[in-house]
Design a protein around this ligand. Sequence first.
Ligand SMILES: C[S@@+](CC[C@H](N)C(=O)[O-])C[C@H]1O[C@@H](n2cnc3c(N)ncnc32)[C@H](O)[C@@H]1O
Length: 324
Amino acid sequence: MFSTTGLRCALLVFICFQSRDALRLTPEQKDLNQNGVDIDLMTVSEYWNKFGKQNMLLSKVKTWDECLMNTPLVVVDGERSTMKQQNKFIEILKLARDTSEVHGDIAMAGIAGGGDAYGVIFYLACREKLGGRKVHLFDTWEGLPGAQGKEDDGFKQGAYHITYERFLNFGEAYGNKYDSYTGIKGSWIKAMAHAVTYKGLFADTMPDALSGSKLALLSCDGDMYGSTMDCLNGGASHLVPGAVVYQDDYYSFIGNYMAVQRYREEKNISDGISPIFVVPFTAEVEPIKEDRTMCVPPKTNEGGKQGNCQGIRYEAGYWFQRET
Ligand SMILES: C[S@@+](CC[C@H](N)C(=O)[O-])C[C@H]1O[C@@H](n2cnc3c(N)ncnc32)[C@H](O)[C@@H]1O
């Protein structure tokens, strides 16, 4: 049994030990010390007030899982910032994660409210994986263009129209979420400094904007045959090995499906070398390799007649760029 005096002594030794421990310097703090601050003469509370917050920020790079769970699908005034349902939203984030070590920019065509693009930026910024990369964002912000061919029968000009101003509103809401996420590094303004928007038709904007760049991720979400072809023609030649093409609505619209098939045929991209993975509507099942013996592609451009594999509804598709 300790006497009261013994207990007091033990407590004192404990506090001293804790204080000494807290004063042990990390390399970052040693740098700060070189800037003329005499850390050894500070009390623990002075030390904590001065360095505690910075120390927390320096030591807290969030894990992929933490960042994923905290990347919001923002809703403003009851309107979702992305037309993608949860599962596709999460899928594009995962593809951004899976290609985060591939050296190249990100190009996303078909932005509308931008929730998917903001989500990718949020997620990668949270993990500090935006360094040295641009995120190119393409849209007319006028909705679907008019159909140019029979493959696009059924699409309505102006559908999915979201204004550029609304896109900016959603960005502000993402910014508020990002900047209030405790312990995260950087700021939303810094994250968004990597983003560039290009207003106009994909066919007019993508070739110039991407000229000379390398891509790690290309997302095409222009629904139609013509827009999908324009996106693939404008972006896919810039993909580096290991990069990914995410094709929204590959299993939702026949025009979209045909564009992907034709593009891959023209470029000799075979299923053997670079299979297409189809993304389900819900998270109950994982993406699977598209297998023509058990998958039925979409039948129309009207929606509601999505493709399926063994009766399960699939919506999007993606494939990886192999060595050429
Ligand atoms: C379905 S919405 C995109 C949805 C968005 N990715 C999201 O997650 O909410 C399709 C967008 O593509 C744009 N778009 C379609 N075809 C286009 C083209 N050829 N050139 C430029 N923008 C196009 C439309 O203006 C529209 O905003």
